[in-house]
Design a protein around this ligand. Structure first.
Ligand code: FE2
Length: 415
């Protein structure tokens, strides 16, 4: 038989060397020394080959807008939300589409082949939703875009937000979103969590809430989210994003909370680049790091992923679309420099987000043949060096390639 594509000699994240054969967009074989002919051969000898990088928490309707109409002077989450309120009145559907597609190209070059983006549904013009649905169609077959109906200004706080969430879901948006800590009261926040879970249960959808993105140790909507997940039978379909208040919570309370999250099979997404800069803003010293309790959640068996969240938008002036930057920051903030912890950090931008988004990626026969060849040998070196993504393969087709930069050192001779 002839394979469509054969990836030769790659090193898998577990360190084993194997060839990967692809037929009809799926992995047909993983074994050393495959000799059957292939229409296309990619030489990956001695290079890391992994499933694609995935960003499971992003805001594509705001990306690459930095400075429009002004920058976030205080650097706070709340000024960012206010600034986004100004920007969304100004931007056209075409603006959003062109910026989003530019971002997708950047991310794809870095080996990112799936993104879960929240889309603000509280703009009555609905142009953010229409724009990102257009983007999802435009990149279909090359990159997976999963959209979350996100009522940025609050489920109850923004007039008509629930109707807009439903309108977005009816239009084809995939996941139910929310922002309970932004409601006017804790009770409204709890009611918003319940409403999101009810809609997801009725429609057979997943839930992904911006949850407790706050330094307030009493912001405890994650407890409600886990309890309602169990009550509505949504185990395995619900994600709590950010969860930064957990950083500041009382340890005794957390010792009860984390087992509840695990029991409900609620996944967690930490966004280290953003929350290391947004949280702790009102602290003097010591300043809190503001990332959720990643190692403790992992130890309890919770599926935890890292997300990018923002690139050059009202909340964050930096970012490149490279999920290795995100994992690099995440392992530093989480004090995860143990060897196994660093390997886990790599999985938190590959395998863990695939599971959260329900994507059939992975290094197994029958999985989608979406793979990345890195210009290094190991997952830990990928985090350390964030090297060129030499070849990016989406569903069996090469969609991006990068030639590593060549540097010559004249100052010292080789030993
Ligand atoms: Fe977010």
């Amino acid at each position: 038989m002839t394979f469509d594509l054969l990836l030769k000699g790659g090193l898998l994240p577990d360190g084993t060397q194997a060839d990967i054969a692809v037929t009809a967009g799926r992995i047909a074989a993983i074994a050393p020394g495959i000799t059957a002919p292939a229409a296309e051969v990619v030489d990956a000898t001695g290079l890391l080959v992994s499933p694609p990088l995935i960003d499971c928490h992003f805001h594509m309707d705001a990306t690459l807008s930095y400075g429009t109409p002004r920058v976030n002077a205080s650097g706070t989450l709340m000024e960012g939300i206010a600034l986004w309120g100004e920007l969304k009145q100004l931007q056209s559907r075409a603006d959003i589409v062109s910026r989003a597609l530019a971002y997708c190209r950047q991310a794809m070059a870095k080996g990112v082949l799936a993104i879960r983006s929240h889309v603000d549904v509280t703009d009555p013009s609905f142009r953010t939703v229409e724009a990102l649905l257009e983007v999802r169609d435009a990149i279909k077959g090359k990159m997976d875009l999963q959209l979350v109906a996100f009522p940025q200004d609050g489920w109850f706080r923004a007039p008509g937000a629930e109707a807009q969430v439903i309108r977005a879901l009816d239009a084809g948006v995939d996941v139910v979103g929310g922002i309970p800590h932004f409601e006017r009261t804790m009770a409204d926040g709890a009611a918003a969590v319940r409403a999101a879970c009810r809609i997801a249960a009725e429609r057979g959808l997943m839930v992904d809430l911006h949850c407790d993105e706050s330094d307030d140790p009493l912001s405890r909507h994650i407890e409600t989210l886990a309890a309602e997940t169990i009550a509505f039978g949504l185990q395995g379909r619900v994600t709590g994003s950010h969860l930064t208040s957990m950083h500041s919570m009382d340890n005794y309370y957390v010792s009860k909370l984390i087992p509840l999250i695990a029991e409900a099979r609620v996944a967690a997404i930490a966004n280290p680049l953003i929350n290391i800069t947004l949280q702790g803003r009102s602290d003097t010293y010591p300043k809190r790091r503001g990332m959720t309790r990643v190692p403790e959640l992992l130890a309890a068996g919770v599926n935890v992923a890292f997300g990018q969240d923002c690139v050059m938008d009202p909340w964050y002036p930096l970012g490149s679309g490279d999920m290795l930057d995100v994992a690099h920051m995440g392992l530093h903030v989480g004090l995860m420099t143990g060897t196994e912890q660093m390997r886990r950090a790599f999985q938190m931008v590959t395998d863990a987000p695939a599971q959260i988004m329900g994507l059939d990626f992975g290094l197994r026969v029958g999985a989608r043949a979406s793979l990345v060849v890195f210009d290094c040998a190991t997952a830990i070196d990928a985090l350390r060096l964030r090297p060129a993504r030499r070849v990016v393969i989406s569903d069996g087709k090469v969609v991006a390639s990068t030639v590593p930069a060549a540097t010559e050192i004249m100052a010292f001779s080789k030993a």
